[in-house]
Write a protein of this length. Structure first.
Length: 325
């Protein structure tokens, strides 16, 4: 019981430190949520596209992270680009801290030549961050013999904060290769729940770089789909924390199998089914760090995508051939 109380106090100290800097939630089915990865992907499918994502990170821990995401995007020829809407909701510590975001995205599509195109994306977002004080514990609640039995006299100045956020990105692609760079939280908005000039807590900028290619290993005929391998590298940096994901997908008919390695933290397995109108994927992060998989329970992620048909795909550039999960 004493060790549990210590852990709770340490977690609360992390949540409420005067100059705390949070990190964004990450989906490991990176391309199942493309405009979350890089706003320049808006409209890359040309026809309307819906996406739903769910992630439960470290379910065996009481302070696990649960993240939801929903998105919509499509290409609109009169504006020479794609538009998108992205919404996310993140819960930390069984809902002790919750963060909601609603973003609007525009991506300008530019054909450089017959084989190469660029997409330039911008995103404007509104964030709402809340904290449930009833789930917090403080030092004045502790009785040396009986534990947490008193009412606290500590009160938070704010239990919610909202702010505007700006992001941007660029994606380049040809028939065989695709790459991009994105910068989220360019304005580094203030997100502190504690009032005062000395209690500044800005949301640090997140830089993402990604690159991949498709290597065909099977023949494509009139009656069967091609088989291919898609190696990928995704790099992310935020507030001194670096994350390198190296992996590959194997596409076989409508099935996709994926395997990724992230730093010295996790090994990720992905299984997906992709048809012309919908796709569904599941991934599992096997924890290989000092926080072992038995303690953490790994991470579960589910994605669902729906592709709507549109009148014509006769646009000035080809659709982007990148992974679905």
């Amino acid at each position: 019981m004493k060790n549990t109380n210590k852990i709770i106090l340490i977690l609360i100290g992390c949540f409420l430190s005067l100059r705390s800097y949070s990190q964004d939630p990450t989906f490991t089915q990176f391309y199942a949520n493309p405009i979350y990865l890089n706003p320049a992907f808006a409209g890359s499918n040309v026809c309307p596209r819906f996406g739903l994502n769910y992630r439960n990170q470290w379910p065996n821990l009481s302070g696990n992270y649960v993240t939801y995401s929903g998105s919509y995007d499509q290409y609109i020829k009169p504006i020479s680009g794609g538009i998108g809407i992205l919404a996310t909701h993140d819960q930390q510590g069984q809902g002790t801290i919750e963060t909601s975001m609603l973003g609007l995205v525009y991506s300008y599509h530019l054909k450089i030549n017959r084989k190469f195109s660029l997409m330039f994306g911008a995103q404007a977002s509104y964030y709402l961050k809340t904290i449930d004080q009833s789930k917090l514990t403080f030092g004045d609640m502790i009785d040396p013999m009986k534990g947490f039995i008193y009412e606290t006299k500590d009160e938070l100045n704010n239990t919610s904060v909202n702010f505007f956020d700006a992001s941007a990105g660029i994606v380049g692609f040809s028939d065989k290769i695709y790459f991009g760079v994105a910068a989220h939280h360019i304005n580094q908005p203030e997100q502190s729940l504690i009032a005062g000039v000395n209690n500044i807590s800005r949301l640090p900028m997140r830089i993402t770089g990604h690159i991949g290619t498709e290597i065909e290993i099977g023949k494509k005929s009139r009656y069967e789909s091609k088989t291919s391998i898609m190696p990928n590298i995704i790099y992310q940096y935020q507030n001194g924390f670096q994350e390198i994901n190296v992996g590959a997908y194997l596409k076989y008919y409508n099935l996709t199998f994926g395997a990724w390695y992230r730093n010295s933290d996790a090994f990720i397995l992905v299984l997906g089914l992709n048809t012309e109108n919908f796709k569904i994927g599941y991934s599992y992060d096997l924890t290989i760090s000092n926080l072992n998989n038995r303690q953490s329970g790994g991470s579960h992620e589910i994605s669902l995508g729906i592709n709507l048909k549109c009148k014509s795909k006769s646009v000035a550039f080809k659709t982007l051939s990148c992974p679905s999960f």
